[in-house]
Design a protein around this ligand. Structure first.
Ligand code: 1AG
Length: 135
């Protein structure tokens, strides 16, 4: 049985989001708005099928995938790039690889109790986010 991430999670910490956005080529004005945001994640999981929704007051982002199945991801409203994306289990961690123009791009989610972690990687930058379960 894989871990179950289903639920609602609110951000409580966000380290080096700025560096991650610079690595993605996000312009200054957008970064200025984006770094003030307090994202909320809603996970809908059925075994190996996921919908992860990220909500903010500025923009939203939604990603649907099945573990191990590569798909074309367009990061609409983020950096608007096309990636060939695959998410796999590493024990109970979700490990995403986003192949495309940017090297070393991807993310990892893991849980410890009511805490959800997200590491976002691009080029030489790592953003570390922490979320707490609210539902
Ligand atoms: C993600 O989460 C991305 C979710 O894949 C958003 C995370 C970071 C934002 C990425 C780049 C910044 C680009 C533009 C800034 C503009 C708006 C910021 C809006 C941020 C929230 C939508 C991994 C996983 C689900 O949880 O895919």
């Amino acid at each position: 049985m894989p871990a179950n991430y289903s639920g609602t999670w609110d951000i409580v910490d966000n380290q080096n989001f700025e560096g991650y956005m610079v690595a993605l080529g996000i312009d200054f004005a957008t970064r200025k708005v984006a770094r003030m945001l307090k994202p909320q994640k809603v996970f809908e999981q059925d075994g190996d099928s996921f919908i992860i929704k990220t909500f903010t007051t500025f923009r939203n982002y939604s990603s649907s995938f099945k573990i191990g199945e590569e798909f074309e991801e367009i990061t609409k409203g983020l950096d608007n790039r096309k990636c060939q994306t695959t998410i796999n289990w590493d024990n109970d961690k979700l490990v995403c690889v986003q192949k495309g123009e940017k090297k070393n791009r991807g993310w990892t989610h893991w849980m410890e109790g009511d805490t959800l972690y997200l590491e976002l990687r691009c080029e030489d930058q790592i953003c570390k986010q922490t979320y707490k379960r609210t539902a």
